[in-house]
Design a protein around this ligand. Sequence first.
Ligand code: ATR
Length: 276
Amino acid sequence: ADHYAVIGNPIAHSKSPVIHAAFARQTRQHMDYGRILGNLDDFAGDVRRFVAEGGRGLNVTVPFKEQAFALLEDLSPRAEAAGAVNTIVVRDGGLLRGDNTDGVGLVRDLVSNHGIGIAGRRVLLLGAGGAARGVLQPLLEQGPAALQIANRTAAKAVELAELAVGFTADAHVRGSGLDGLDGQAFDLIINATSSGLAGDVPAIPDDCLADGGSIYDLLYGDVPTPFCRWGAARGAARILDGLGMLVEQAAESFLLWRGVRPDTAPVIAMLRGGGT
Ligand code: ATR
């Protein structure tokens, strides 16, 4: 069997092994997929050892995505744009290629799974850290009417917006602080901050969700996330957490490695507790 793994720190909670095992069964691929607790001081050594032992591919998760980006010389355009690598492909001969499937995973979950349009819509992206940067270019490629990046620290949002203009010349991208949203309304609000980990939500105006607008939280959990509760309290039409994105980014990685695209719907249902 071909060997794959996810590397992160911590890693015990990762759902990736369960997801990829389900994909492998479904598509009858002869492979296994483990988890590696990455050494905080020696990520490069961990990758080297995995490849030396015959590993064929890695998913990279917190806190190593930026380190993987710095380590690899061969990067896909979407990894370049994200400034981060979540998927490493070990090519024949042992050369490594870094890719990033997070953003395309988000777009597939929004558009394909839930029919939520981005094209022509006013989109608000909350946060300006690694998670926000990771999804920015794929969102812009959908052609939103406008994309505003708002962050607690305004300067980081402005910087990210400037970077985004480099992706698409005609991008209607703005960066601001959270207090720069007064009087504006958005059809889709995507939370890419880590505020939910502390049980918090970004301090945004109550009325910045347009009538009929939807919210998406990159975070997920067994109970509704703080930002999903924020959306529910404000009457969001659709309220989605990041579990679908997690499965979709995994499917894109699986496609890169195995050349087959698994069916994600049954795996999402399984993780939601809806079946086996
Ligand atoms: P990640 O990889 O999850 O993006 P990060 O790069 O540390 O992690 O970025 C965290 C993001 O969440 C930042 O945009 C941060 O805002 P600041 O740049 O102002 O620090 C945002 N964030 C974290 N806690 C937050 C909170 N309680 N309210 C609003 N934004 C928060």
